[in-house]
Design a protein. Structure first.
Length: 317
């Protein structure tokens, strides 16, 4: 028996080596049928092999249901990325040395044109998708990644354009309240943000329904609404030793390394909200206003310095 090596790439993740794929018996003129699997709008291809180790084998595909030939589009990086719609993908592996081809393998994949989600009346939602999405034309919500922890707040950075599948995000409605958001699906790869990228993103995608538990290392958080100082706020709440939180596919969780320290609740800090600096006097406080320092912590008696009040920087003299 001869063996061939191939690779699969799960969209948005690292390459995984697939070893010991058994091909046809010792007939060098034969080519094994490729193996196909689908993940969202990506068809992963394990190419067929030959008993001839020196054979030059390329896989070719079509997406319209026609049988592929050696003149069809070659498979690159062991995957086929599909546009929205219904595609009947057919693949062959072709041995250029002997001009022989494998049997045709096919798979039908339905890719939606868009993904819809709902932001609650609090104006925020955690979000992720198995599809690459294009936020360019989305007008009623903005997408953010979580880049760092500062005191008791999570600092965010707005992302635009195409975002890769499997990216954890925070969606913020532009009207400050509830919104039904529709985001177009794209066949582009998009930018993938995670803990190893620059900028870093500590949000992670949730791909199925389960109970999120304490992390083995660091701390897991979930987006929730809590009453703080008699005011309901959207925060990231930590998952402790004896707690868990039900999460659903399409949401996002937050993970922070142990070095960042654990907090009871992390408020959201959007740098885009802080535009301009107003000046007030300490002997003339803004009645009824709540002051936060630049670390996101509430301050009951603001001293001289810069604070955030209703999303704006205020200089207290």
């Amino acid at each position: 028996m001869a063996k061939a090596n191939g690779y699969i790439k799960v969209h948005g993740a690292e390459y995984t080596t697939i070893k010991s794929i058994v091909v046809y018996s010792d007939d060098a003129d034969m080519v094994a049928t490729p193996v196909l699997s689908a993940s969202a709008n990506v068809v992963n291809v394990i190419p067929g092999g030959s008993a001839d180790d020196d054979a030059v084998i390329t896989s070719y595909y079509t997406t319209n249901g026609d049988d592929p030939t050696a003149n069809s589009t070659p498979v690159e990086n062991y995957q086929i990325v599909l546009s929205p719609g219904t595609s009947t993908v057919k693949v062959i592996s072709y041995n250029a040395t002997t001009s022989t081809a494998s049997s045709v393998e096919s798979i039908e994949v339905v890719v939606p044109s868009s993904i819809s989600t709902t932001i609650t009346t609090y104006g925020y939602a955690s979000f992720s998708s198995n599809y690459a999405l294009d936020f360019t034309s989305v007008n009623n919500a903005e997408a953010y990644i979580a880049t760092s922890k500062n005191g008791n707040s999570i600092r965010t950075q707005k992302v635009t354009g195409t975002v890769a599948a499997g990216t954890g995000l925070i969606l913020k409605s532009t009207n400050g309240g509830a919104a039904d958001v529709t985001i177009p699906v794209t066949s582009e790869t998009g930018t993938y943000y995670n803990t190893q990228t620059d900028p870093v993103n500590y949000l992670f995608a949730i791909n199925s329904d389960y109970d999120l538990i304490k992390a083995d290392e660091g701390t897991n958080y979930v987006l929730s609404v809590q009453t703080i100082d008699e005011t309901e706020k959207v925060v990231f709440a930590p998952i402790g030793e004896t707690t868990s939180a039900p999460v659903k596919a399409g949401q996002a969780g937050l993970w922070l390394p142990a070095s960042s320290g654990e907090a009871y609740a992390l408020t959201l800090f959007f740098s885009e909200d802080v535009t301009g600096i107003n000046t007030v006097k300490t002997n003339n406080p803004q009645a009824g206003k709540v002051y936060y320092n630049l670390q996101g912590q509430r301050v009951s008696e603001p001293k001289q310095g810069i604070y955030v009040v209703e999303g704006k920087k205020v200089l207290v003299k």
